[in-house]
Design a protein around this ligand. Structure first.
Ligand code: ADP
Length: 441
């Protein structure tokens, strides 16, 4: 199309709208592109005396089609630049720019065609071109009338959009009020829950104070009773020994057997009393470890010696492995020896064939001292219970004792800053592991 006189502006505008409609742009977009086109057309007519207007369909790299309008000025643009009189024009289309094309400076605008539009094949474009060629351009009055009706439609649209906005605002306000109410409700609930938690903690604190005092009373009681019992029980043992002494009057065989029974019962009682006293001392917190650098090899050697004298079952081997060097640990030697002796003692007591083994293993900052045996083993359900005071696993393998050894050993391990753990399976033996920090606590 040629744009040469004022009248052409109307024609260009009308044609622009028709083309936009034909390629499938939506109504509002048709008005937008027609308006942008007439604005640019007016600028070019006044500025450089006119232009040739070309419509084209182009495909963007993403495959989407665009309606492109090129306005080729009849004489060169000053400085090859173009600024629309109205800044809003650029917003009506997707792109508006000055490009160099075919040796000319061209004002180019484009607008994306919606995907919902009918596909623009070359045949279809040809068909549209023929149709548009047949339609006769209207007069300026007609175009003015169309423009007016479009303006009215646009104003109407704006009003309905404003109404919609007001409605949305109202909705938003209501939602906000709802959210606020919910927030208050949640805050109240949280406060109430907090109050509950605080009360619960207070109760818990009180209970733990009571518990601590009960446990202290128990320890004190145990310590007192065992202390009080030690003297008379020791006296009974001494007296029984006197009775069977060669220097005393001879006893009948039956009397001798009964005095022997008294002596062994009293000895059992004394060891129970002693163990109770130890445990009570450890629990009352009155047992203070005497920290020092301890050479595990020396300690293991000592255990090897004392336990060899003890163990009498010929089918059971006692193996105390040599600890890997450097075999030093910061701990209380006497207490650690007590723990290990206890575990080895148990191992020998509950093993009838195979071996009882003590070995040491260094891993990072800690030592693992492991006592394993090939004895009867302990079913999983008793793994925690054997660490309770007086607990002994029911069954035929009971071999005397008080049920105080393991709780005492665990207590001492804890006191030394470590742990005592058991892993065992019936028929496969047991393994007790004392883990201790190498550098004390
Ligand atoms: P005690 O040996 O005086 O009975 P402990 O506290 O040392 O008391 O042990 C508690 C119980 O744990 C024992 O009676 C025994 O049933 C079980 N037990 C401990 N060590 C072993 C072991 N090495 N093998 C099998 N059972 C064991």
């Amino acid at each position: 199309m040629a744009l040469r006189v004022e009248q052409d502006i109307f024609v260009v505008r009308q044609r622009g709208r028709e083309v936009a409609a034909a390629v499938g742009l939506e109504r509002q977009d048709q008005v937008r592109i027609a308006t942008a086109l007439s604005e640019v057309a007016r600028d070019l007519l006044r500025g450089v005396g006119g232009a040739d207007v070309l419509f084209a369909i182009t495909a963007a790299p993403d495959g989407r089609q665009h309606l492109r309008v090129d306005l080729v000025p009849v004489s060169p643009l000053p400085d090859r630049r173009y600024e629309p009189q109205s800044g809003a024009v650029a917003r009506l289309v997707d792109t508006l720019s000055v490009v160099a094309a075919a040796g000319d400076t061209v004002v180019r605008m484009s607008r994306r065609i919606p995907v919902t539009a009918q596909a623009l094949t070359p045949q279809r474009v040809e068909q549209l071109r023929a149709q548009l060629g047949q339609s006769v351009p209207g007069t300026a009055e007609e175009e003015l009338a169309t423009q007016n009706s479009q303006l009215i439609a646009a104003l109407d649209e704006v009003r309905s959009q404003r109404d919609e906005l007001a409605r949305l605002n109202e909705e938003l306000e209501q939602t906000n009020r709802g959210v606020l109410a919910l927030y208050h409700q949640l805050t109240d609930e949280l406060e109430e829950t907090n109050r509950g938690v605080v009360a619960l903690y207070a109760e818990l604190d009180e209970k733990s104070v009571q518990l601590r005092s009960a446990s202290e009373s128990k320890s004190r009681f145990l310590a007192n009773v065992s202390h009080e019992l030690r003297a008379p029980v020791t006296a009974i043992i001494g007296l029984a020994r006197l009775l069977t002494d060669a220097a005393s009057d001879p006893l009948t065989l039956e009397q001798e057997r009964q005095v022997g029974l008294i002596r062994s019962s009293a000895s059992d009682l004394l060891s129970l009393v002693n163990e109770l006293l130890d445990l009570a001392k450890a629990e009352s917190g009155r047992l203070e470890p005497d920290w020092a650098e301890v050479d595990l090899r020396a300690l293991f050697g000592q255990l090897r010696g004392t336990l060899r004298a003890l163990h009498t079952v010929p089918d059971v081997r006692l193996v105390v492995e040599e600890p890997p060097s450097p075999a030093t640990i910061r701990t209380d030697e006497m207490l650690l020896a007590q723990v290990l002796r206890n575990l080895l003692h148990n191992g020998l007591k509950f093993t009838t064939r195979g071996e009882v083994r003590l070995r040491a293993e260094r891993s990072g900052d800690s030592w693992k001292l492991v006592v394993t045996d090939t004895g009867a083993g302990i079913p999983a359900e008793f793994h925690e219970r054997v660490f309770e005071e007086f607990y002994q696993v029911p069954g035929p393998s009971r071999a005397g004792g008080t049920g105080l050894g393991l709780p005492y050993a665990r207590r001492l391990a804890t006191l030394l800053g470590g742990t005592l753990e058991l892993s065992s399976e019936p028929g496969r033996g047991s393994s007790f592991t004392v883990s201790l920090p190498a550098n004390g606590t």
